[in-house]
Structure formats: structure tokens, C-alpha cells
Design a protein around this ligand. Sequence first.
Ligand code: AMP
Length: 542
Amino acid sequence: MLGLMQDWPLLCHKVIDHAATYHGQREVVSRSVEGPIHRTNYAEVRLRALKLSQRLARDGIGIGDRVATMAWNTWRHLESWYGILGVGAVYHTLNPRLFHDQIAWIMNDAEDRMLFVDLTFVKLVELIAPKVPSLERIVILTDDAHMPETSLVNAVSYESYIAEADGDFAWAEFDERTAAGMCYTSGTTGDPKGVVYSHRSNVLHAMTALQPDMLSLASRDRLMPVVPLFHANGWSTAFSGPMSGCAMVMPGAGMDGESIYQMLTQEKVTITAAVPTVWLMLLQRMEKEGGALPDLSRVVIGGSACPRAITKAFQDDYGVDVVHAWGMTEMSPLGTLCSIKPEYAHLEGDEKLDLQTKQGHPPFTVEMKITDDENVSLPWDGSTFGRLKVRGPAVSSSYYKGRGAEQFDTEGWFDTGDVAHVDQFGYMQITDRAKDVIKSGGEWISSIEIENLAVGHPDVAEAAVIGVTHPKWDERPLLVIVVKEDRSPSKEDLIGFLDGKIAKWWMPDDVIFVDDIPHTATGKIQKTALRDQLKDYSFPGA
Ligand code: AMP
């Protein structure tokens, strides 16, 4: 016997219909790439997305066609996503921080037919476009008055492109499992791998993301996704925001501490989300120049481990709750959030901060386990670490063109490549990427744990720990430090600071000071590049 409920396909454009119908006047505020603050609302965003769909349909773009975007978070980028989705085409976000050859490779792999690009990246696209034969048209996300001089053929302004449509258009109807979006993983080794989201997975994931133990979004919120839409499906904010009916504050290209501070305070943002490096910049700006965050109630921090010092500063100095999050491009991307369950509600001070260094517990729709190398499940005791595996309706079942098949097993588990432990209440803590774990005398040392402690030192701006070959122990930890302006801590200061906080045998064998630590295109510490830079380093006396 089947249920007698309506078969209502979970299509992404129903989200913007909902936002426009029930929260139509809710603001979407952006720092435009041209400069001024721009204000619109969900009703307008939907109407302009319909115009875009209509225009795309006229150009022969339809179900399954890939349309790339290379853009900051602004209202035009948001409209582009919905306009592309509305004809059944696939938004393909490009990360402009990748090397241009890598971007060309990705665009050719995806066979992008069109590209929507911000003014900031026009010069970059001039280098890339000639290498992508599938590209038919380039839409520059601006108006005619701001169109740049460009060698790009077939380039038009977004405003003139959609001006040719009146919006009298019906969204396309199709199966909810149809591809909706594409995002390539950062791919630190080998070719990048394409992750393909479906309409169904995006809608289910947004519903998951809204929950009180997740982002806890409500129509009264003002959400600022600092995390760019091109990083891991924009952490679902393009869907979860409109689904909740909250106002959206889009920071555009202003990613420095001062610009973020201005948007947070002037636009009365209540919830925001980004990687730790962004929050380091904001906190450094506030440490120097002062300021307060009276409207901000919570900040979601993920993409790499959130150092304890960041959590402490937000909570103790500015009264803002930190929600540590873990996820992956392959998971749409949210996997766990560290909200406080009743089992831990009694924790305060340092004990609460200890809990918040964990990446948290999964919502409904994410299943997780940890295993050894033979795929045997390991106990959830808060200390035994193993390979972290996940499955669920918004987790990849394979990569585009079947790459990376070894990461998926026959029971649907996806091997995340992360190493973690899980405690008795289901709180997961990442101890490393499998390839970054330091193997010393047959035991594992967590580089992340040492890094998190080291950035708590008042003179340290950034810290990374890598394993360096050692004649006796195989590998030993090396602590790499970037110091804050005008500070000069000694090696002994730093080692002394760690003393008593980690096991003796985890203590770094040496500390070195550098001007910069290399980062990936999504702002994470790039351990491969750092190891490469330090390949000639050997421990004193080793
Ligand atoms: P990406 O798909 O580029 O977002 O990268 C996903 C990877 O980032 C994960 O597999 C983790 O290795 C890392 N990651 C994401 N969030 C966290 C976090 N909160 N703590 C530690 N690592 C994280």
C-alpha cells in the first residue's frame, strides 16, 4: 500500500517561490562590486531570476546544460543561481583563486556553455575563455554603464541580458533528482573532482540546515554568508536563507576585517558564517581599533578547525556564540555542527571551550561512522581515532565521470579522508586529514590539535604543524609560526606555552618562524605546499 500524499518534487526554484510569496519584502542587501550598497528583496530576486530563465531558454540553455559562475556573494549572483536552476540547467561555481589553467581544465571537464562573471575577474577570464571551446557567451554581472573594455567576444552585461525578457515565464518542471549544481573539490592532489548536487539533495539539505541544532535560521534573522557561494555550495545559504525567509546580507568582494565589520554592524547581521581565517582578520581588526557586535548572536565557523582562541574571543569579549561546523563539498556541505546537547548543557568556561573545539554532531540525514583501515567500526569513546565515513541523501554517491571511485563503498559509505574520534554522545572531533596525520614511532599525533593550541599564544597570528622525517621516530612534529605585527616570541616561549597542554611525546621537536603560511583557494592551510617549502628542513642534530 502506498501513501496517499502528493508527489511534490523537491525543486530548488520552489524555495525562491516560497521566499517571494511569504517573505517577499525581506531585504537582500549587498555590497556591490561597483561599490555602493544595493538593496532588493525576495520578490524582486524571484522576478529577475524568472527573467534570466526566460532569456536563457531563448538562448537554448535547458535541462542539464552547465552554466558557470565566477562571482562574489551579491544579489546578482543569487539571482543567477535561481535563473539557471529555473530552466533545469546546472550552476557550476568556479573558484577564482585557483590557477587559471586549473580553472580552464575544470570548465572543459564540465563543458560549460556560459559563464556569469563579476567585474573583478574579467581580466582573469580573458586568459581562460580562449582555452574553453564549449563557452558560447559571457555575461558580466554589471550594467552597461560599468561594462569594461574587454577582449572577450560575446560578452554582455547582466542587466542588458535580462532586460530583454519580461519575466512572464514558468519555471521548467522535471524530476527532483535532476542535476542542479556542480562544484569541483579543491583537489590538492591529482585532478579536481566534480561534485554534482541534485535539486532534491539541495532542498533536503537546506531543510536540514535550518534546524535549531544546525544554523537555526528564522525569518527574524539577518544572515550574512561570508563564505563565498563558490566554496562548497555556499554552505547551503543560497537555499536555507530564502527557505527560512530571513534577510540576506551579501558582503560582495569586501572580505577584509574592516569591510566585514562594517557590514555586520551597519546591516545588523544576526548570524554569519565563514572559515577561521576570515574571523582571525575580523578579530585582529577589532583588537586594534575596538568596536562591538551588539546584533550578532552566532557565528558559524568551519572549513578548517576553529581554534579555541577564536571561540573564546567571540564568546567572552563580544558575547557572540560560536557554532563550530564540519563539512565537505561532497556533503552539500554541512556534516556536523557543535551545538550544545542537554548532556553538555552544564559545561562552562574552559570545559565548554574544550567541547567547542569538537566539530559536533550530525543532523538527521547524515549518518557517520569511524573505522580502521580494514573497515571495522571503532568505538565511540572520545579518543579512539579512525577514518571518518558518512552517507545520506545529500552526500555524493560518486564523482562526475566516475572519478575517485575508491572513496565509495558498496554500502554507500563515502570515505571523507578525515581522521576523527567520536564520543559517547555522538560529538565528532577531526584529528587530521588522513594524509596530514603525523606518524611518530607507530603512534599518531594530531597536527590540528597542536595548531589550535599554538594560535592561542598572544603573539601568534597563525600556526601550522607538519610531520618531518626523523631517523628514529619516522616522523616528528615541526611547529611553523607566523607572528603578529611587532611581536617576537622565542621558540622556548612557544614550547613552554604548549607544555602541560599536550602529551610530552606530541611536543614539537622544533619551531620555525615564517612570513606566510600557504593557503588553498578556499583559505585553508595548504600542508602539501608547506611540506614542499620545507622539504630541505631537518631537525637540529637529527
Ligand atoms: P572542502 O570540501 O573544500 O570544504 O573541504 C572539506 C575538508 O575540510 C574536510 O574534509 C576537512 O578535512 C576540512 N574541514 C572542514 N571543516 C572542518 C572543521 N571544522 N575542522 C577541521 N577540518 C575541517
